[in-house]
Design a protein around this ligand. Structure first.
Ligand code: SF4
Length: 329
């Protein structure tokens, strides 16, 4: 059966002063209709770049897909013309970003912006789109939608702006919603409300969601499956329950131990020591080697293979090389 979305051995390069650097390397991911996939990792892991490449929104002249493919309903997005891609962005894939102010136009009223996003993918008249905009804003929990239609983005709170963005994203009834850290800038209560809203809309409309986050708590709350990214590679992936119960990769284990509900400790939580290396400094072996508490001699010189634990639970780490055959490198 054709998958909704397949990312196949995707590698992305950025131009730098000294040539090119590969910031995403050999990423393979699949997304089924209606499911929520979390992509988790620290800043610099390549998760946002991966999501931008799905929309073909990598900065032109600076970044490019060097290898691999991205297929929507079996069709390569990389082969599409810009006009076709614009249709995909308007109708099949929608996005919500961390800071709605970057996506909302500050000089236009909310009503006009929601109305236009409705008219972009339908033949509705201005009047019809206006009515639908009010309904949509109501659906995302805005209590006085007529009033909000007359407001400018800066007059709304961060939570309200994110609700507006969700309304605009859902206006096209997308097959896939890409949400890149959509709640990171919000306080905890509003964050919980926005997550709840996204879940509700997903149940009602059936869109698949790719949730880009650094927060495993959000993954536990929202996702069916999760891919852990580190330094441009997926180091572990699986269904959320399995990965939280039986994490295999030392990086995943470190991330989980830094969550209060997993460590059970009240003290200030320790982040994993060190930082994600810059792409120009990747070692030939495991990219996590400099931070890994389980590092062995082989780790710095030979890149680990990806080992399959069944049920699509995979991990890229030498610790498992004696136990099983590699799924692929
Ligand atoms: Fe740690 Fe080695 Fe596994 Fe990398 S391959 S995560 S350094 S044990």
């Amino acid at each position: 059966m054709t998958k909704l979305l397949e990312i196949d051995q995707l590698s992305i390069e950025f131009a730098s002063g000294s040539g090119t650097v590969r910031v995403v390397n050999g990423v393979r991911l699949e997304l089924e209709a209606g499911e929520t996939l979390g992509i988790v990792g620290e800043s610099g892991s390549g998760k946002s770049v991966t999501s931008l490449s799905i929309m073909r929104l990598l900065p032109k002249g600076l970044a490019k897909v060097a290898e691999g493919d991205i297929r929507l309903h079996g069709r390569s997005l990389l082969d599409m013309s810009e006009a076709e891609m614009q249709k995909v962005r308007g109708n099949q894939i929608a996005t919500i970003f961390q800071e709605p102010m970057t996506a909302l136009n500050p000089v236009f009223k909310i009503g006009r912006q929601v109305r236009e996003s409705i008219r972009q993918h339908s033949r509705k008249s201005k009047r019809e789109a206006h009515k639908e905009a009010i309904v949509l804003l109501g659906e995302v929990g805005i209590s006085a939608p007529e009033q909000i239609m007359e407001a400018y983005p800066h007059q709304l709170s961060g939570g309200m702006r994110q609700r507006v963005m969700i309304a605009m994203a859902m206006a096209s009834n997308p097959d896939i919603l890409i949400a890149d850290e959509p709640t990171t800038a919000l306080d905890v209560t509003i964050q919980a409300q926005i997550l709840e809203l996204m879940k509700k809309l997903q149940q009602e409309r059936g869109a698949a969601i790719i949730f880009i986050t650094h927060d495993l708590g959000v993954v536990a709350e929202m996702c069916d499956r999760v891919a852990v990214m580190y330094a441009g590679q997926i180091v572990e992936q699986g269904d959320v329950r399995t990965l939280f119960k039986e994490p295999k990769h030392p990086y995943t284990i470190g991330l989980l131990n830094s969550m209060p509900q997993f460590s059970g400790e009240k003290k200030r939580l320790e982040a994993i020591s060190g930082q994600v290396p810059h792409p120009s400094e990747y070692l030939p072996g495991c990219r996590f080697a400099e931070r890994c508490p389980s590092k062995m001699d082989v780790c710095e010189s030979i890149e680990p293979a990806l080992y399959d634990f069944g049920n699509q639970h995979r991990c890229k780490c030498h610790l498992y090389r004696g136990d099983m055959d590699a799924a692929h490198s």
